[in-house]
Design a protein around this ligand. Structure first.
Ligand SMILES: [Zn+2]
Length: 379
């Protein structure tokens, strides 16, 4: 009895003391405790991986490579010189600028890029749609392209994403991807041996409702204008059908469908599409997370379709290529991706054999794009 009374007499001041001590510590841990017991938003939740596994940071590509998908609008001489210095640090041998424009703008861009560094850049032309409502548009566009190639030095044609999507005639009718008005343009590309790098549609989730099941919820929150609701835009499948019809209708024209043709989430479908359309190629620009979340399938796909896939990055940042090198060249597991709005998941390396890597890095581009000096690349 007496012992219990003594213990009680001691416990009370001790509890009071620790309470005062906790208050004196400015309430930090207590407040944190409260905050962390609540459900975080998906942007707040940033768990640190505890996985311990081999890491291979690849700062420089194993082979010199060609970036088939980059954008540099009206670059200045200083910007171009800086680009070359940065390209050298990662083994980027030839950069394809898809944003050359047409006419004077194109001539100027070719002069600034190739004039200073002839063997380091390729410039693709773009179409002007300014006179699309005047009869005979397709033939005029084809003739302008021929001038852009023969007089100004364009080495390919890039078609931007508004084609098939937002581009409309004055009547309000959408320009369909397989619109016969453009046939002279595709035929001209076949005649001149020019590849067409074409961006049709957008990632499938942009066409789906923006709800908590949407894989691109975050991107659609950050960029609501990227949503493609059915009241305003053609359905994804309509665009795929028109695109495949375009490629089938022009078997002599080589088309590079940008961003894995937006089938990176369904490589079996992409494989079947490539099987059906021998003049179709794809780049991997900005869709690395699709491959990185299915490393076994990605590896097997790249081995099977090694002659049809090209290296590309899209938005230029010299520091972001290393994710592509690491995914293509290593078997690293569960590493963070560089753009959370594309993927909230981590990715895995799918290391392909050197012969496949060489094709993706440069051999396929050398086959498709005229006028690149092959001597700068290994056999
Ligand atoms: Zn692009």
């Amino acid at each position: 009895m007496r012992i219990r009374r003594i213990l009680f007499a001691l416990a009370l001041p001790a509890a009071l003391f620790s309470f005062l001590l906790a208050r004196a510590r400015a309430g930090g841990p207590q407040q944190d405790q409260k905050k962390y017991s609540q459900t975080p938003t998906i942007e707040e939740y940033q768990p640190k991986s505890t996985l311990v596994t081999k890491e291979h940071k690849v700062e420089r590509a194993k082979f010199p490579f060609i970036d088939i998908h980059s954008h540099h609008w009206n670059p200045t001489a200083e910007e171009v010189d800086r680009l070359v210095r940065e390209m050298d640090t990662i083994n980027l041998r030839v950069m394809v600028n898809l944003s050359g424009g047409t006419g004077d703008q194109l001539r100027q861009t070719v002069a600034t890029m190739k004039g200073r560094h002839p063997d380091r850049f390729v410039v693709f032309a773009n179409l002007s749609y300014d006179d699309i409502n005047t009869p005979g548009y397709g033939k005029r566009a084809a003739a302008r392209l021929e001038q852009d190639v023969k007089k100004s030095g364009a080495q390919g044609l890039k078609i931007f994403k508004n084609f098939g999507m937002d581009l409309k005639y004055a009547t309000g009718e959408r320009v369909h991807v397989d619109d016969p008005e453009f046939d002279p343009v595709w035929d001209k590309c076949a005649e001149l041996g020019l590849p067409v790098l074409i961006h049709i549609a957008e990632p499938l989730p942009f066409f789906d409702p923006w709800d908590y099941h949407n894989e691109r919820w975050l991107e659609l929150k950050q960029f609501p204008g990227r949503a493609r609701p059915p009241e305003k835009y053609p359905p994804f499948e309509t665009l795929m059908t028109e695109r495949n019809h375009l490629f089938a209708k022009h078997p002599k024209t080589n088309f590079i469908a940008a961003h894995l043709a937006f089938h990176g989430n369904d490589l079996e479908r992409l494989g079947k599409t490539l099987d059906a359309l021998p003049n179709m190629y794809v780049d991997i620009a900005a869709v690395l997370a699709e491959l990185g979340r299915q490393p076994y399938s990605a590896h097997d796909f790249l081995v099977k379709y090694q002659d049809r896939v090209l290296m590309g990055k899209d938005i230029y940042d010299v520091n972001e290529y290393k994710w592509y090198f690491r995914a293509l060249e290593t078997r690293d597991e569960y590493f963070e991706y560089y753009r959370p709005r594309h993927a909230f998941w981590r990715i895995y390396g799918f290391q392909v054999p050197d012969e496949v890597l060489k094709k993706v890095y440069y051999k396929n581009a050398l086959k498709l794009v005229p006028g690149i000096d092959a001597k700068a690349f290994p056999e």
